[in-house]
Write a protein that binds this ligand. Structure first.
Ligand code: FUB
Length: 309
């Protein structure tokens, strides 16, 4: 069946894939999957949606108090390593905000750096800051640094290390920003700048940058109507400018947000994203999914048709 789909996909130019099991996590709500290969496993660092209760969170909105990490060696059986960062343990974060939004994690020199947005405590600033927690293993234990990254205000951090060792942080604040990071992975090495040549409206969140065969791909959710569409641009530089290159995934009905990451594991590329499969009537309680991803010979990405189960 998988082979038949692959042949249809090759003929039509659309990536139709059968994935072992979507959604990936069935016992809790998960969103914004930042997936990484560390060693022989895939680790997913998602947001953790919960349902607001009186005095805890905001009814009808996104509510997240902590982060879990999940790992798998076969993309079918996932181990939940439990809570790695909790809003109560981050001294600069407002622990009444329940706004631990989309995170990311990256490895450098044997240390694992977990980047997360959180609302600043009253008196320490306004809006979202981006914090870093550090661990010796991809599953923790992570220790949150006592200050957010200086000079960054925004959400949805994504971190990339280029082949020359230069690290970059991308995030959203009404637009998509990028900046160089110092080798310590926690201080900026350049002023954040708005990445050039992207759509001037509807880019609010969720940038994800990766490199393949010398091409830098900036991928992002773009909202024009009610729900987000995953699009991308290509460049020969990690700071752009990026040339719009197409749609990775069309709007998924019923879920306002989509948020994604991509990786290659055991010779196959995958797109990780989310919808609201376990909460069809409330799209702030989401569930992460994955599907195979294919490239054309010129480096462009084939559209991914979402699959369930
Ligand atoms: O999960 C909360 C926010 O919704 C994320 O930060 C966005 O990317 C969107 O998925």
């Amino acid at each position: 069946f998988k082979n038949a789909l692959l042949i249809v996909g090759l003929i039509t130019g659309v990536a139709i894939s059968a994935f072992a099991q979507n959604p990936l996590i069935m016992d809790q709500f998960t969103a914004d999957p930042s997936a990484r290969v560390f060693g022989d496993k895939v680790y997913i660092y998602p947001s953790h949606d919960i349902i607001a209760t009186p005095g805890k969170g905001r009814a009808g909105w996104f509510n997240m108090a902590d982060y879990h990490v999940f790992s798998s060696g076969n993309l079918t059986n996932w181990t939940d390593h439990g809570v790695i960062v909790n809003q109560n343990k981050v001294n600069w974060a407002d622990s009444t905000a329940y706004a631990m939004w989309a995170p990311d994690c990256i490895e450098r020199n044997g240390k694992y750096y977990f980047y997360f947005p959180a609302v600043l405590k009253p008196g320490t600033g306004k809006g979202f800051g981006i914090g870093v927690a550090v661990a010796d293993h991809p599953y923790g234990p992570f220790v949150a640094r006592t200050e957010p990254i200086k000079g960054v205000s925004g959400i949805d951090p994504n971190v990339f290390i280029d082949k020359d060792g230069q690290a970059y942080i991308y995030y959203a604040q009404g637009n998509i920003y990028g900046a160089k990071l110092k080798e310590n992975m926690v201080d900026l090495a350049s002023e954040p700048k708005i990445l050039g040549n992207l759509p001037d409206k509807g880019l609010k969140e969720g940038p994800y940058l990766f490199e393949r065969k010398g091409i830098y791909y900036l991928t992002y959710p773009h909202v024009e109507n009610k729900t987000e569409r995953l699009e991308y641009g290509m460049s020969n530089s990690p700071m752009g400018p990026f040339k719009f290159a197409g749609v990775i995934m069309k709007e998924t009905p019923n879920c306002w947000t989509n948020h994604h990451s991509m990786l290659e594991f055991k010779g196959q590329w995958y797109l990780f994203y989310h919808s609201n499969d376990l909460s069809p009537n409330f799209d702030k309680n989401r569930s992460i999914r994955a599907d195979s991803l294919f490239f054309n010979a010129d480096g462009t990405i084939r559209e991914v048709i979402p699959t369930l189960r």
